[in-house]
Design a protein around this ligand. Sequence first.
Ligand SMILES: CCCCCCCCCCCCCCCC(=O)[C@@H](N)CO
Length: 293
Amino acid sequence: MTHMRSSCINVAFYGVTLKVEVSALNMLYNHARFGNKTHSIEARDGIRLATGVEVATFSADVRDAAAVAKALEASGPVDVLVCNHGVFSPQELDKQDLEEVRFMVEVNLMGTFHLIKAALPPMKRNVKATGLPASIAIMSSQAGQVGIYGYTAYSASKFALRGLAEALQHELISDNIRVSMIFPPDTETPGYAEEHRRRPDVTNLIAGSSPGMKADDVAKTALDGIKSSRFIIPCNFEGTMLSIATAGLSPQGSYFTALVEVLFAGSMRFLGLIFQWNWFRIIERWHARMKNS
Ligand SMILES: CCCCCCCCCCCCCCCC(=O)[C@@H](N)CO
């Protein structure tokens, strides 16, 4: 992040790696259900060990707008805001408690609003004062590009982030602030290990269409994408296909990617339909098997 001042906040959950990659002076390390102060101390020590860089960490629950605002005030103006928090509880909506649904929406969606609202005013002032650009990166998921069995609440919260990001980029373009969205597949984190144990078999079959990744690799891809101010940042090959298939009316800064999107729109729709057809078949078969046993 050479062109940006090395101040950054990073909010937990997809892994500590992003923090190690960025030579951050100020960091906010945030936790929802799984988090506490210990995690932010671990993150700080991890960064010191890996890079020798001394960082500050501030903890807050992203669901608590006032706490987030306080933490951001303590951290000082942010150049690169990475909204990296997220929670997931896999279950069919029919079986899932509304409390769980609300929890995902509160953390994944409202938490992102809280961070951006708190970070934006000083970020704008800072960009004006320094003449340097700033970035807001939002961690979505491939389940924020396509809805999948067992992901109703999660997909809803992640799809919502896209609307937020597209509109926000309109609002911030003249302030020289770039918005990015990252769409990772299953990512090896402690949260994922827990999720994988609990999610329905059929979810595993469908999510298996996109191979999982290590948190480090997602972090590297995310940083590269943020640095080149891409709006959509896919993380693996399937993610690239998915991003072309779901390009919609999203901003596209790369002429090359724009050309690929235009040239392959039809055939990607066709491929997407084949994927859907296959997924519906998997679901039907799975239900038939459940009925028989
Ligand atoms: C047209 C071409 C299509 C290409 C293939 C599409 C494959 C889609 C697979 C979706 C996997 C979703 C993983 C979500 C991970 C996640 O966010 C949870 N693990 C939460 O932690």
